[in-house]
Design a protein around this ligand. Structure first.
Ligand code: MG
Ligand code: ZN
Length: 219
């Protein structure tokens, strides 16, 4: 019998991600993979997004963290089903972890599944989970020089949420410079200026996301 060798971790991940994607297609669930550095505001943006969408689309959240269930508890407090994955040290989610988390969800009742990845600007962008869309959060306190430093994540993300926009006057963050850099790295990206704290810009982002969810549902 011929032996098949899966030559590296990323090949194995791609195969598992394809299997996840097939399930999401079958159940017509739109899956968002939300990424950022630690502290950029993924969970806070998610809380505000849930407040806008939870009565309009049936949704659940998978929370990826190295340890603790803190973020899943914040989501569950809003009445949305949340599954926490603890990676025990791994700095990203992979398609296998995703598949295990799916066993805890009623997939056929869902329209939208949001995966909050581990806070890290590097390898989360390398591991396909089977999602429909990758989005990322860049907070203004991190600086506008990040796209060229972490090009893969900025290239892979269809939506880029610039968070903490309420703090803009207290930083050197240059929104126009960011737009210029993104025009080079990822010209098709949708850019949303938001503040999870004040709620500014959340409506535009949530409506955009809702349209994506409905497009898949009706397809
Ligand atoms: Mg979080
Ligand atoms: Zn990693």
């Amino acid at each position: 019998m011929k032996v098949k060798l899966v030559s590296n971790i990323l090949d194995a991940n791609t195969a598992m991600a394809a299997e996840n994607r097939r399930r999401f297609q079958q159940e017509k669930i739109f899956v968002l993979n939300l990424m950022s550095a630690p502290g950029a505001g993924k969970t806070s943006i998610l809380e505000k997004t849930i407040a806008r969408l939870k009565d309009r689309v049936s949704m659940a959240v998978i929370e990826g963290d190295i340890c603790t269930t803190k973020d899943a508890e914040r989501i569950a407090a809003l009445g949305v089903e949340a599954v926490q994955i603890n990676t025990d040290g791994a700095c990203h989610l992979d398609a296998n972890m995703m598949a295990s988390a799916l066993a805890n969800l009623e997939l056929n009742s869902l329209d939208l599944l949001v995966v909050e990845n581990v806070g890290n600007l590097v390898c989360p962008a390398e591991f396909d989970l089977g999602e429909d869309l990758k989005a990322m959060v860049l907070s203004v306190t991190e600086g506008n020089d990040k796209p060229f430093k972490y090009p893969l994540m900025f290239r892979e993300s269809k939506a880029i949420l610039v968070n903490k926009i309420d703090l803009l006057p207290y930083t050197e963050f240059d929104v126009e410079a960011l737009r210029r850099d993104l025009a080079e790295i990822n010209p098709g990206a949708e850019v949303f200026l938001v503040s999870a704290r004040t709620g500014e810009g959340i409506e535009a982002w949530a409506s955009w996301l809702e349209r994506k969810v409905k497009e898949k549902k009706d397809f």
